[in-house]
Design a binder for this molecule. Structure first.
Ligand code: FEO
Ligand code: CA
Ligand code: CA
Length: 735
């Protein structure tokens, strides 16, 4: 999201790229020689040497696209005209396309519930759409009620509700404070229930009838998960002393999931909801309370920013344990008498089975605790482990992957949470180190890793060192950031979404942006080569032998965000008016190998010239570009940093496909198997508007007609929504 402070607690000095340029021994540079020869020699020599012989999906010799089962795999051409930048308050799509609003904030999931009222009086959010739609997946649903990825006209759409647009949610923007001031407990509870219910996840059955998608009201699959929903804790952290609370004295359960940003989905038909900015929902501890903590607990609070409080909403002022848990003070005689451990149970991935609504979600702790943006499962192969990529979206944070202990068995394809128990509770978490020569390695966050043994030190500030040790695997996982610090992981410019190219296994990761404090000119490296980096970039890598469980990889930078009119050593990818972008966030490579980029560009990007947008490209492959030096200035210092960049924006045919309404972020993306329906989310239109106008001075989207390309009526409070995009002629999207 673009409208919150970004957690910035990494005080470690992990700066592995400080060697001077002359020390670089790049295998790639030796192979490629000059930039102009790079394309040819990389596809030949480097491709064979380091890429396991996998081919580029769009090399010039690829020829005509393969047409497999009605789907064009590896197309070599995009088939639409780029849309221009826009500041209009509506969705813009290419000529020949339509966009319909499918599921907007406040829309009911059951009949008999009043439609969204547009006046902030709605309640019953456990039966209507939550706020701030984000990560999303379409699960095909067959006539037996089972997951079938090939079904393209009926499915369960599962999506996250990341946060609240507080300005538009209630009757008035002062409603909660008024209730607190008046000691009006009943009104305050109603407001807090709306806020806690506005978070979480929606499971929504959707059907296409006569070419048009709609929500199936009263479907048995319709379900809301909110901050009240009971879940089972699973994996190494379940039952640990440090997750026991008054509501979970044995550490076996947790209530709710919050700040669910991006997502993932498994080959066994379940949904993975990440928790991103969970640490900010708790009341800040007083100094005396902080002083009473152990050094390890102090390191956790500091390193995770717990109690940063910018999303603290005074929920603990309502009476009852479900609300009291947002005050993590040690008030009782022991940990099971209060909620001092409540924050330790958050920051994991939640697994949901959309097909078995009666089953409680399971909290998967083996992926570690951090600000998970999402959880992207690499394509599985029988007999090989399940591998899941997950970035930690805060400034100077790291990229992780999880490798299951058990190898994939295709017989588990419909096993739901039972398969989750098998593949997600036992495995190894790794963190990425990006080396200056274009190589990289994965280091294990394992209690058996000798690098994690003994006393460790977290430097709280200039004068305070906190000493601690890792006692067991549960502590390593709950302290993932601290363990990754010890392992020398590479601090990145805010890891957002990842995506794996199904055609060649390349892994892509958006690095949305940086700022002067986390990326000053003297702390650059090849993987994060621009000072401040207000426009972000997209890095990618190929695992050794195209094996996702490998511990070594080769990387380059796919694209750099920039204004089209920036100098060529900053606008490194050669962006033009048809594809300039800033702050990449959402990312998706569809089954055909077409890559989609969604932006969450704040005030420091190019937002003054366009609303947030979505672009499409046909990506090449790692190593298909050249060695470059990028130049940036943070006004005090000029920096020139060598790195590796992929082909130009023109060569990958990068084109703007969509622009959203005013104040929004475009996020969340999923496509039907026939590539003829594309679902995306428009999050927080109207952001930045005035409270007095309920943000209507910025946006009144969406229109009540349901046409996403229309401007809304003047009285509409703007609201987040899922939209569905399709071609008027019924053809495959984007090609
Ligand atoms: Fe919720 Fe990292 O965006
Ligand atoms: Ca975002
Ligand atoms: Ca995001």
């Amino acid at each position: 999201m673009g409208h919150h402070p970004v957690e910035d607690s990494n005080n470690s000095n992990n700066r592995p790229f400080e060697e001077i340029i002359n020390a670089r021994l790049s295998r790639r540079r030796m192979l490629t020689g000059t930039a102009s020869a790079a394309t040819v020699s990389v596809l030949g020599a480097f491709g064979l040497a380091a890429c396991g012989g996998s081919r580029s999906s769009n090399s010039g010799s690829a020829g005509t696209p393969a047409d497999t089962g009605g789907l064009t795999v590896a197309p070599n051409k995009l088939g639409f005209r780029a849309v221009p930048t826009s500041l209009e308050d509506r969705v813009i799509v290419p000529e020949g396309y339509r966009a319909d609003v499918l599921y907007a904030k406040g829309d009911p999931l059951i009949s008999g519930l009043a439609p969204f009222r547009n006046d902030g009086t709605d309640v019953d959010y456990d039966n209507r759409s939550g706020d701030e739609h984000d990560g999303m997946h379409f699960f095909g649903l067959n006539s037996n009620g089972q997951y079938d990825a090939t079904v393209s006209d009926r499915g369960i759409l599962v999506l996250n509700h990341e946060n609240l647009e507080d300005t538009t949610l209630h009757e008035t923007t002062t409603a909660k404070q008024d209730a607190i001031d008046a000691s009006d407990a009943a009104t305050l509870k109603k407001i807090v229930d709306r806020e806690m219910g506005g978070h979480g996840v929606s499971c929504v059955e959707v059907r296409k009838t006569d070419g048009k998608w709609s929500v199936v009201l009263d479907s048995p699959y319709n379900r809301r998960l909110t901050i009240f929903t009971e879940m089972d804790m699973k994996g190494p952290v379940a039952g640990a002393d440090f997750v026991r609370t008054r509501l979970s004295p044995d550490g076996s359960k947790r209530f709710g999931t919050m700040n669910n940003c991006a997502n993932g989905y498994t080959p066994w038909g379940t949904y993975l909801a990440a928790e991103e900015n969970w640490y900010a929902y708790f009341a800040t501890l007083e100094t005396a309370e902080l002083d009473a903590l152990s050094d390890k607990e102090k390191a956790w609070v500091a390193r995770y920013g717990i109690g940063a409080a910018w999303a603290y909403r005074q929920w603990d002022l309502v009476s009852g344990d479900q609300y009291a848990r947002f005050d993590i003070s040690a008030m009782g005689a022991s940990a099971t008498d209060d909620f001092r451990n409540e924050a330790n149970a958050h920051g994991y991935i939640t697994e949901v089975d959309p097909f078995r609504p009666a089953q409680k979600p399971r909290v998967r702790t083996a992926f570690g605790r951090f600000s998970h943006e999402g959880a992207w499962v690499a394509p599985v192969k029988a007999g090989q482990p399940v591998v899941i990529y997950s970035g930690d979206d805060s400034r100077r944070e790291y990229m992780y992957k999880y490798v299951s202990a058990v190898a994939w068995d295709p017989a588990d394809a419909n096993a739901g949470l039972v398969a989750g128990d098998k593949y997600l509770d036992e495995g190894t978490l790794y963190v990425a180190v990006f080396n200056e020569d274009g190589s990289g390695s994965w280091k294990a966050l394992s209690i058996d890793n000798p690098e994690l043994a003994g006393t460790q030190t977290y430097q709280l500030d200039d004068t305070t060192s906190l000493d601690f040790d890792f006692q067991n695997q549960a502590e390593v996982l709950a302290s993932a950031r601290l363990a990754a610090d010890v392992l020398g992981a590479t601090p990145m410019d805010r890891p957002e979404w990842a995506a794996v190219n199904p055609l060649n296994g390349d892994v892509y990761l958006t690095l949305t942006n940086g700022n002067a404090s986390n990326r000053p000119a003297d702390q650059l490296d090849g993987a994060n080569p621009r000072a401040i980096n207000a426009n972000g970039h997209i890095i990618r890598w190929k695992e050794d032998n195209a094996n996702h469980a490998a511990t070594a990889f080769e990387w380059d930078i796919f694209l750099f965000g920039a204004s089209a009119d920036a100098s060529t050593d900053f606008n490194v990818s050669g962006l033009t008016a048809d594809n300039e972008f800033s702050s990449p966030d959402g990312l998706f490579i569809d089954p055909r190998g077409v890559l989609w980029i969604q932006t969450d560009d704040g005030s420091s990007g190019i937002r003054s010239t366009t609303n947030n947008q979505m672009l499409v490209a046909i990506p090449g492959t790692v190593g298909d570009g050249e060695s470059v030096t990028v130049t940036t200035s943070d006004s005090s210092d000029q920096a020139s940093t060598p790195t590796f960049v992929g082909q130009s924006a023109e060569a990958v045919q990068l084109k703007r496909f969509l622009v959203g309404p005013r104040g929004c972020e475009i996020t969340g993306i999923t496509m039907t198997a026939d590539a003829r329906s594309l679902f995306i989310n428009v999050q927080h239109p109207g952001e930045g508007g005035s409270a007095a106008e309920f943000n209507r001075d910025v946006s009144t989207w969406p229109a009540t007609s349901g046409d996403a390309t229309a401007v809304g009526e003047a009285d509409n409070r703007p609201r987040s929504a899922t939209i569905v995009i399709y071609r008027e002629d019924g053809g495959e999207i984007a090609i």
